[in-house]
Design a protein around this ligand. Structure first.
Ligand SMILES: *[C@@H]1O[C@H](CO)[C@@H](O)[C@H](O)[C@H]1NC(C)=O
Ligand SMILES: *[C@@H]1O[C@H](CO)[C@@H](O)[C@H](O)[C@H]1NC(C)=O
Ligand SMILES: *[C@@H]1O[C@H](CO)[C@@H](O)[C@H](O)[C@H]1NC(C)=O
Ligand SMILES: *[C@@H]1O[C@H](CO)[C@@H](O)[C@H](O)[C@H]1NC(C)=O
Ligand SMILES: *[C@@H]1O[C@H](CO)[C@@H](O)[C@H](O)[C@H]1NC(C)=O
Length: 509
């Protein structure tokens, strides 16, 4: 409705009344968290930048108190902007101001790595240290900012034994909080901050209100990037070796932006931008983010402008092309690669045919059960597919015939087969890139086999009155016999769907 073009048609009292209604609806509409981006900051003094945000918000909301109550984060170091609780109309009004570049609703993003892959740990590494690593002094005095679910400071990977003083250029803080006192920061973990805005009471109760990691994801990504050398690590004898991060002597600055939610991890773009802004201020050299974050990439742009290398994960939506996230050309986007190690697991069928799959099956739980066990066909191993099949004490063959990620049926198959009291699980799928972790498979022998092998096993089962099989514990092989490096099956691939000239990861093998 346009009030200016023909005001004379309305009596004055009617106009007044309409205006009042509009003001009321502007003041009392439901509020959402918005991110207001203002570009480069106009002052070097952060307090001046913040007060310019307060002033701008005061002109829209009408009072300073309301402005202070509504503002959640003020971005004032690396760039200028703020996150605030606003009605749609207030957001609209702000967007019309000439100094505002964009106003976008806060969004929730996903974390990347899958749990079972975490558990294996890409950082268990047999290789002797490379020349490059020696020449770069193992990353000595490089500061890596980890923007993730926080960290578990007691892990041996984060010991600060033998570290010199914290680099004097460091301007970060050790933010105290729940189960986190000043001793949790060290010469290794030199900074810690957390960004809980938007969490309700229940979410807060399910999380440490500090940089402490309840999920494990951030601890994994931090140790992969900069975990100190820990000797004699193995997963029950498999993958034995030295655990260490890519830059084992680097310092860590922890920015916790992701929190456990009712169903999945919650990660708000407003919090992520606040972490980037602080990290630019604190003086990190590298930022590592294993999060799916496609919009508002101005945060990383400002970081790169300040000389920070920003590294994002590519995502876990493979093997299809054009599913890669974080495709801004100024960030490095990393795919997950296979390493030159595999865990062949021999399965012998009752006809003496031996087939090979992959597992982390490391011991026979009960020696008297180490021989042949009855083998049954479980189809897709859904509850319906298993209904009527006696699987107690047996090895169950599960087949996923459709091409695509295993994530959809594998966890259910494991649960169903376990709850039926089965001895083992042979899961046949189009790729055997995935490993089942011992964590998923507690109390049961789990092996992944190629789909063709799955069909061979199915044929054997169909041809026998009482089919049997034996699963041997896995062994570890490394080196030339394993094709590597190869982009892992589940890793997202480019090119970018939005900007097709940005290729990023595009190898299909
Ligand atoms: C971290 O702080 C908590 C207390 O808040 C303490 O119990 C814990 O031992 C500390 N851990 C380290 C590694 O200092
Ligand atoms: C941190 O917590 C630990 C364990 O509760 C305690 O021993 C230590 O004195 C605390 N340190 C500080 C600086 O509060
Ligand atoms: C399998 O091999 C064992 C030992 O080599 C032999 O005793 C047995 O008869 C073979 N079974 C079949 C079905 O070939
Ligand atoms: C091992 O398995 C046998 C046969 O199923 C059973 O009788 C025995 O109690 C088991 N032993 C242990 C230690 O679980
Ligand atoms: C299993 O099958 C029986 C008989 O067909 C049916 O009554 C029952 O509801 C099924 N159970 C499940 C869990 O599907």
């Amino acid at each position: 409705m346009d009030f200016h073009s023909s005001p004379r048609r309305f009596p004055a009292y009617l106009l007044l009344c309409l205006c009042l209604m509009i003001n009321i609806s502007r003041g009392y509409g439901s509020q959402k968290l918005y991110i207001v981006y203002l570009g480069e900051k106009k002052h070097d003094d952060p307090s001046l930048v913040t007060s310019s945000h307060h002033d701008m918000l005061t002109t829209i909301l009408g009072s300073k108190e309301d402005a202070l109550a509504s503002i959640t984060y003020s971005y004032k170091h690396g760039f200028s902007g703020f996150a605030a609780m606003l009605t749609d109309d207030q957001a609209q009004d702000l967007a019309e101001l000439p100094e505002v570049i964009s106003v976008t609703p806060n969004q929730h993003h996903d974390l990347m790595t899958t749990r079972s892959w975490d558990f294996l740990g890409m950082n268990l590494d047999h290789q002797p240290p490379s020349k490059l690593l020696q020449r770069s002094k193992y990353g000595e005095d490089v500061i890596i900012g980890i923007v993730d679910t926080g960290i578990w400071p007691e892990s041996r990977s984060f010991s600060d034994e033998g570290y010199g003083p914290v680099p004097s250029r460091w301007k970060g803080v050790c933010q105290l909080g729940q189960a986190w006192n000043s001793t949790n920061c060290s010469r290794k973990i030199i900074g810690a901050r957390y960004y809980p805005a938007g969490l309700d009471k229940a979410d807060q109760a399910n999380n440490y209100m500090s940089a402490r990691d309840i999920n494990g994801h951030g601890t994994h990504t931090a140790s992969t990037a900069a975990g100190a050398i820990v000797e004699g690590v193995s997963l029950h004898g498999l993958a034995a070796g030295v655990a260490r991060g890519g830059a084992p002597r680097a310092r860590l600055a922890v920015y916790k932006v992701a929190f456990e939610g009712p169903k999945k991890v919650q990660l708000a773009s407003a919090a992520l931008l606040a972490a980037l802004d602080d990290a630019i201020h604190d003086g990190v050299d590298i930022l590592s983010l294993s999060v799916q974050y496609n919009d508002n990439s101005f945060g990383s742009l400002h970081a790169v402008q300040k000389g920070i290398t920003v590294v994002y994960g590519a995502g876990n939506s493979g093997p299809r092309p054009q599913v890669i996230s974080n495709t801004a050309p100024w960030v490095i986007t990393v795919a997950t690669s296979k390493i030159d190690r595999s865990f062949p697991t021999a399965i012998t069928l009752g006809n003496n045919q031996t087939i090979v799959g992959q597992s982390l099956y490391y011991m026979i739980k009960n020696e008297s059960k180490s021989g042949f066990q009855p083998l049954v066909q479980g189809g897709s191993c859904s509850i319906e597919a298993l209904n009527g099949t006696e699987i107690n004490g047996k090895i169950v063959l599960c087949i996923k015939e459709t091409f695509g990620p295993t994530a959809d049926i594998l966890p259910d198959a494991i649960t169903n087969v376990k709850s039926g009291g089965a001895f083992g699980l042979i899961f046949a799928i189009y790729t055997i890139d995935k490993l089942l972790s011992t964590e998923d498979c507690v109390g049961i022998a789990c092996v992944i086999v190629d789909i063709d092998i799955g069909f061979q096993v199915a044929t054997y089962i169909g041809s026998q009155g009482s089919p049997i099989a034996k699963i041997e514990p896995a062994s570890t092989i490394t080196g030339n016999r394993v094709p590597a490096p190869r982009v892992a099956f589940f890793s997202s691939r480019g090119p970018s769907a939005k900007y097709p000239t940005v290729l990023k990861v595009h190898k299909l093998k």
